[in-house]
Design a protein around this ligand. Structure first.
Ligand code: C5P
Length: 243
């Protein structure tokens, strides 16, 4: 069998050329990194869990009309996705103060925010993904005002959907990051959710105990990462099977 052409390798995923034009195969690795790659470990089975969890979130979003790149899961570690032109921004939505917002603004972790807050970070490893304003984004041509309006609307819809789904299984969606890409349909472009949605890219706290069930377990050495991610998968009823 011919070797597949690798299109891109990131810290936690690899993209291969897909079977049809306009598609890619997204492979989930066990590599886990924090601090822009400074801390790096292999966590056995993490890629399998994130493949399942991202499938669960993205197919749910597709079903309610929030467009994503997800087409179908292919196997334990791979999914078929639409190829997109990634906008070089990380879009973060926060419901509760935590992480870099708590540090930057001196707000105690766990303080509820008056409303969901959407932030943009410029995707650039060398610069450590700095926070940017809408002014920077438009002035430097990373997106237009219309794109920004669409990105905020998309991010808030993802927040509503994900918050409700997690609340239903006793988990608070504290914050999350998504990436958004452009697809071209005839003369039109559309923005769709790309990359992944998983405990690597969300903060998830148990509603009753406050226990962290996300990548902060790895970042802050709080215990077993696979136990935390498995707990999320179990509660959502998406435990991986051998297929
Ligand atoms: O570190 P910070 O508090 O800004 O992270 C906000 C949210 O974005 C967290 O859920 C974190 O997991 C996610 N994030 C991410 N990838 C990054 C930076 C943040 O998934 N490069």
């Amino acid at each position: 069998m011919a070797r597949r052409r690798m299109v891109y390798e990131g810290k936690a995923k690899i993209l291969y050329e897909g079977p049809e034009p306009g598609t890619l195969i997204q492979f989930f690795k066990d590599d886990t990194t924090a601090g822009n790659g400074e801390k790096h470990e292999m966590i056995d089975g993490k890629g399998v869990l994130n493949n399942r969890l991202s499938e669960h979130f993205m197919s749910g979003l597709n079903a309610i009309g929030v467009p994503t790149h997800f087409i179908k899961r292919l196997n334990m570690r791979e999914q078929l996705v639409r190829a997109v032109e990634i906008i070089p921004l990380e879009v973060v939505v926060r419901n509760v103060a935590a992480g870099s917002m708590s540090k930057r603004l001196g707000i105690e972790e766990g303080s509820p925010l008056p409303r969901p807050i959407v932030e943009f970070y410029y995707k650039n490893d060398d610069l450590g993904d700095p926070l940017v304003t809408e002014e920077h984004i438009i002035a430097f041509g990373w997106a237009t005002q219309q794109d920004l309006d669409d990105m905020v609307a998309l991010a808030l819809r993802v927040n509503d959907f994900m918050s409700g789904m997690m609340m239903g299984v006793g988990i608070k969606l504290v914050d999350f990051k998504i990436e958004i890409g452009r697809v071209y349909e005839g003369d039109f472009q559309r923005l769709i959710v790309a990359d992944e949605i998983s405990p690597d890219s969300c903060r998830l706290w148990d509603l009753k105990t406050g226990e962290k069930l996300d990548k902060d377990v790895f970042r802050r050495d709080l215990g077993s990462v696979s136990d935390a991610y498995t707990e999320v998968a179990k509660r959502l009823g998406v435990m991986p099977r051998q297929n």
